[in-house]
Design a binder for this molecule. Structure first.
Ligand SMILES: Nc1ncnc2c1ncn2[C@@H]1O[C@H](COP(=O)(O)OP(=O)(O)O)[C@@H](O)[C@H]1O
Ligand SMILES: [Mg+2]
Length: 268
């Protein structure tokens, strides 16, 4: 059995109009140390799948097994960056990260402070450590959430659109930091990431899961990215492998949209 094994998973929600099936027939085996991206249109159930792996949501059908154990609740083996950052608004940047480290790590207080400081420096927020989340921009909040997830050094990192609010330069830096963290840990950390960014998905991933649209969304296709590591962004964009995957993803994700679909009528 793989490290993470999702079998026949279905997740539905009760709604006033009856049962809403968000995702179904999800079968996925992920190896330890793999980097996998999930990509698909808004509302296709990407966050729902992440929440099931995180243990915040129990599937209504099928199973999610991590390291031979059925996932029933969140745990310190999984670090999560939520789509909406979910920082505690009454705690400073520093305290938001320290609280997570303190809850999970067993080292001394002074070691915990070193971990928090190192991770704050990694995301370039050390000078903002005493601010409250309400005093930060979206991109800064996102970086606090990333530092918090990295700081607890989990064996599985679940990242739900973690770099979406970042400018291109910061995003590039965070990609390298993520890979650095993965390399430091002998590439044993398993990383599952939701993204809308095709180039980001190819640069980072071993595999890319492309979802169908919902309701009752299923996995449409899985792309393997065989580009050797370490990858250099400037070099890989010219490789035929990169271009083939990019074109395939563009085709899968944009084939539905045309000017006609938008209902726009042009006069001759
Ligand atoms: N708690 C909930 N109750 C009812 N419907 C939900 C709930 N959570 C998610 N959904 C629905 O499930 C679908 C998938 O949502 P989500 O996983 O957030 O999509 P994505 O992350 O791909 O944009 C959406 O149609 C959403 O409205
Ligand atoms: Mg989402």
């Amino acid at each position: 059995m793989s490290y993470l094994e999702i079998t026949n998973m279905e997740i539905s929600f009760p709604t006033p109009k009856g049962k809403y099936i968000a995702v179904k027939d999800i079968n996925l085996s992920i190896a330890k140390g793999e980097i996998v991206s999930i990509i698909g249109h808004s509302g296709c159930g990407k966050s729902t799948i992440m929440n099931a792996i995180g243990g915040m949501l129990l599937p209504t059908g099928g199973t999610v097994i991590l390291n031979d154990k059925k996932i029933k609740a969140p745990g310190p083996d999984r670090g999560i960056v939520f789509q909406n950052y979910s920082l505690l608004p009454w705690l400073s940047v520093y305290q938001n990260i320290f609280q997570a480290v303190d809850a999970v790590m067993t080292c001394s207080k002074s070691e915990k402070h070193v971990i928090v400081e190192n991770n704050l420096k990694m995301v370039n927020l050390y000078d903002h450590k005493n601010k409250l989340p309400g005093q930060l921009s979206g991109g800064m909040k996102q970086r606090v959430a990333i530092a918090r997830a990295f700081a607890i050094n989990p064996s599985v990192l679940l990242l739900d659109e973690p770099f979406g609010a970042l400018d291109a330069l910061t995003k590039g830096t965070m990609h390298l930091e993520l890979l650095k963290l993965w390399n430091l840990d002998n590439r044993e950390k398993t990383i599952i990431m939701v993204t809308h960014d095709i180039e980001e998905a190819i640069f980072l991933s071993d595999r890319i899961i492309v979802m169908n649209d919902g309701p009752s969304a299923t996995i449409r296709e899985i792309e393997n990215v065989h580009i050797p590591r370490p990858r250099n962004k400037l070099d890989i964009v010219n490789s035929s492998e990169y271009k083939a995957i990019r074109d395939r993803l563009l085709h899968l994700l944009t084939d539905k949209f045309s000017v006609e679909d938008l209902g726009i009528k042009y006069k001759n």
